[in-house]
Design a binder for this molecule. Structure first.
Ligand SMILES: Nc1ncnc2c1ncn2[C@@H]1O[C@H](COP(=O)(O)OP(=O)(O)OP(=O)(O)O)[C@@H](O)[C@H]1O
Ligand SMILES: [Mg+2]
Ligand SMILES: [Zn+2]
Length: 544
């Protein structure tokens, strides 16, 4: 009968246990010196060697010829325990024997001296499943155990144990097994089984197993079913994941912004019945590796893969900006969450792929994404302020789709003059402009609200500054009266001056010289930085 690999290759002594030296060394030295505890607690994640070590320990305490704290595995006791003919080592599955009565039986039985071995050893697996009553019943025995009894409790969920139990046991924490340890165990087992497993394939299995040796060996078992030459592709097929070749294709498409190819790949993998959740996880890991390769010089110890693959990772990292890699990780993390409740997982992944390939995701290249966000936020606030100052419900022409912050003040009606929606503007006249035959009456300039309405369409920031201004005509000039000290700076800049002149021209029908009152001396055009500063000052003065 076929025996699963993980059972066939269960370590027989401590030197065969991979990746738990803090446990095995301590146990071995205790055994060598004879300082054995009467209650052990083994905790840690699944398939990391808890039951295995409990069994080795149960043999080692009873072995007739122990070597360096290891059982000899040859004496009659070792063999008897191994084949189940010696009944002094008792394995109890607490999941199915969790009642008070089970533990009471155990207590009574424990009083008898062992039949063949020196110690009666109780291995209680999944001990967190015991009922409260059962825990209490066990507590008494743990407190005053007969000298010939040893308890070994094992659990993946230590937090479910009462502190009274914890304090009576010597605790060993089993770690997730390091990928290198899993890889070397897999290579060892494959060699013994006469199967050719490539190092890349072994490290891929290790990565998928995420620290659990049982899972790693189970996956190796599935690969064995496919033949005696196992490479990465065989592992990917057996695990139902994308494999690294596809991952590198993905990151290539991201680097090129080629979402057509990326979408085709998602489709292909989907029709090959690749599991979308695992693909998402693998992609996240791949981009994590690119991030590490991008930021750490000596990244060998931080990335689980073969030498060839590491070279490929470094090369790909060189083709991508760090900001891009980081935004991809964010997108994938969010997608992994969304996928959990998604009706159609494939669509979620497709959306992620588009976001990752889109150039907009990397528009922050050169400046940090955070800085870009802040600038966007300031611009939004300015726009909101602009509309808020004259209580316009919403700016007519929007360049952004994001919702604007609410304006708290009460709406006041503004001029009902129709606003041209997307009117193609006539070429803007230069400023200052020459006067022509149309005369504009001196004094209060009645059409100013119309001009403002146009500016609101053409130049939102300028509108924000000018909104509360008034205007009059004096000596043929249009004099804008504003309390805002930055207005002059603003209309001195080329773009704003053109938009202003254009608005005036459209309303009045002729070019007009424009002046600003309350401004002492004209300045030359401000730099964009000064401009931004004045925008911010203006915002702080008015809105902040
Ligand atoms: N540290 C290890 N070194 C080598 N093989 C291991 C190790 N841990 C687990 N294995 C392999 O995985 C199999 C299962 O291990 P074991 O039963 O000891 O896990 P466990 O920690 O008790 O897991 P669970 O919490 O699921 O009961 C073993 O038969 C063995 O083949
Ligand atoms: Mg176990
Ligand atoms: Zn022995």
């Amino acid at each position: 009968m076929y025996q699963a690999l993980y059972r066939k290759w269960r370590p027989k002594d401590f030197s065969d246990v991979y990746g738990q030296p803090h446990v095995t060394r301590t146990l071995q030295s205790q055994l060598e010196s004879g300082r054995i505890s009467h209650a052990y607690l083994f905790t840690g994640s699944r398939g990391t060697g808890k039951t295995t070590c409990a069994k080795i320990l149960s043999k080692a305490v009873n072995c007739l010829n122990p070597v360096n704290g290891n059982p000899c595995n040859e004496c009659e006791i070792c063999r008897g325990i191994e084949n189940g003919s010696i009944l002094d080592v008792i394995e109890i599955d607490a999941a199915s024997n969790n009642g008070v009565d089970n533990i009471r039986d155990l207590r009574e039985e424990a009083n008898f001296t062992p039949a063949n071995a020196k110690f009666r050893v109780y291995i209680i697996d999944e001990v967190h499943m015991l009922s409260i009553g059962a825990f209490n019943a066990l507590l008494k025995t743990l407190e005053e155990p007969p000298s010939h009894v040893i308890f070994i409790l094992a659990t993946t969920e230590i937090h479910k144990l009462p502190s009274t139990i914890l304090s009576r046991c010597q605790r060993f924490d089993f770690k997730r097994i390091a990928p290198e340890d899993i890889t070397s165990r897999l290579m060892y087992v494959s060699e013994k089984e006469n199967v050719n497993l490539t190092p890349n394939a072994a490290s891929l299995i290790a990565r998928i197993a995420d620290g659990g040796m049982r899972d790693a060996l189970s996956l190796l078992d599935r690969c064995f079913a496919m033949g005696t030459d196992i490479d990465e592709e065989a592992v990917s097929d057996a695990a139902g994941i994308a494999g690294t070749i596809h991952l590198f294709s993905f990151s290539k498409y991201v680097a090129k912004g080629d979402f057509t190819s990326a979408l085709k790949l998602v489709s292909k993998l989907h029709s090959d019945s690749c599991d979308i959740d695992s693909l998402c996880t693998e992609l996240t890991l791949h981009f994590r590796n690119l991030m590490v390769a991008k930021t750490v010089n000596e990244c060998e110890g931080l990335i689980v893969c073969s030498k060839d693959e590491l070279e490929k990772i470094k090369e790909r990292a060189g083709q991508l900006k760090l900001s891009k890699i980081l935004s991809c990780i964010e997108v994938l993390e969010q997608t992994a969450k969304n996928i959990k409740n998604a009706a159609n997982k494939k669509i979620q992944l497709e959306a992620a792929v588009i976001k990752m390939c889109a150039p907009s995701a990397s528009s922050g290249e050169g400046i940090s994404v955070a800085l870009e966000d802040r600038i966007n936020a300031i611009e939004e606030k300015l726009a909101a302020l602009s509309s808020g100052k004259v209580q316009v419900p919403s700016p007519v022409q929007e360049s952004k789709s994001e919702p604007k912050p609410e304006v708290k003040s009460e709406p006041v009606p503004v001029s009902k003059a129709p606003v041209p929606e997307e009117a193609p503007p006539p070429p803007a006249p230069p400023v200052p402009a020459a006067e022509n035959e149309i005369t504009v009456p001196e004094g209060n300039f009645e059409q100013w609200p119309e001009v403002l309405d146009k500016i609101r369409v053409y130049d939102i920031p300028l509108f924000g500054i000018m909104a509360s201004s008034t205007a009059l005509v004096k000596n043929g000039r249009l004099v804008i009266q504003s309390e805002n000290p930055t207005l002059f700076d603003f209309i001195c800049t080329d773009t704003h001056s053109k938009e202003l002149a254009r608005a005036v021209f459209e309303v009045v029908g002729k070019k007009m010289k424009i002046a600003v009152s309350n401004t002492e001396k004209p300045k030359t055009a401000t730099s964009p930085l000064e401009n931004l500063r004045s925008k911010i000052n203006n915002f702080n003065n008015n809105g902040g």
